[in-house]
Design a protein around this ligand. Structure first.
Ligand code: ZN
Length: 127
């Protein structure tokens, strides 16, 4: 799932930062006990907890892949953060200004794919 082109919103993922933090502290913790803990180990643990494959975890980690809603919830649980902290949804700059206006003279509303705004579309102008 990538961001759709011309989408009004863009998703910024913080999952990578949280994963790095948790991996680092876990690695340090285990080093105290003389245990080795690799990034692979971490990805496997995340994968098992979230019910996805380790390679999917890697894809999420490098921001190549947007996790599904359910996976996001599991991931937040695993990382012990709020799911709302994992992703930021921002409105694309100038989105409204770049949209086509309704083709009815003097109407300033944003047009649907049919060229009319929702109001004029529902009034039957497109028929
Ligand atoms: Zn209109």
């Amino acid at each position: 799932m990538s961001n759709a082109k011309n989408s009004r919103y863009r998703v910024i993922s913080n999952a990578n930062d949280f994963m790095s933090q948790v991996y680092k502290s876990e690695k340090e913790l285990r080093a105290i006990n003389g245990q080795k803990y690799t990034l692979n180990d971490f990805c496997e643990e995340v994968a098992e907890y979230c019910g996805i494959s380790p390679s999917t975890v890697s894809q999420i980690r490098i921001r190549n892949l947007q996790p599904s809603f359910i996976v996001s919830i599991k991931l937040a649980e695993f990382l012990e953060v709020d799911v709302s902290e994992l992703f930021e949804i921002v409105e694309v700059d100038g989105y409204k200004n770049n949209r086509e206006k309704c083709i009815i003279d003097g109407c300033e509303r944003i047009a649907t794919t049919k060229g009319y705004c929702m109001k004029h579309l529902h009034k039957g102008y497109a028929e």
